[in-house]
Design a protein around this ligand. Structure first.
Ligand code: FES
Length: 109
């Protein structure tokens, strides 16, 4: 089984950022989002990221940076190498890979 090494930027707004590296085996065709969901279920329940439609490429909530490029985690495929994940750089950070994506006038008070 191939193994991806996910290097994930961790921390919240008021915290010093750091990276955690997780090794995760995968079936060919599995997505980065599949791996993140499995990591949260089995290794680190505090890992924060967003998604809603899982793989319909409809909600756009799973956008993040993979090796510095914007991707949808639900359509980006896992590869047997180190994959560096960061939150979107142009959105306010919430925690880990989760950013505030709703425009200010659409947020609940
Ligand atoms: S989870 Fe909805 S577009 Fe990726």
């Amino acid at each position: 089984m191939p193994v991806a090494k996910l290097s994930i930027r961790r921390g919240g707004v008021a915290e010093e950022p750091h990276r955690d590296v997780f090794e995760i085996g995968f079936e060919p065709g599995e997505s980065v989002l599949d791996a993140l969901r499995r990591l949260r279920a089995t290794q680190d329940a505090t890992l924060a990221f967003r998604y809603a439609c899982i793989n319909a490429n409809a909600c756009k909530e799973c956008m993040m940076l993979l090796d510095g490029k914007v991707i949808y985690a639900c359509t980006a495929r896992l590869e047997p190498r180190e994959m560096r994940l960061d939150p979107l750089a142009n959105k306010p950070l919430l925690r880990d890979l989760a950013t505030q994506i709703a425009p200010p006038d659409e947020r609940l008070e």
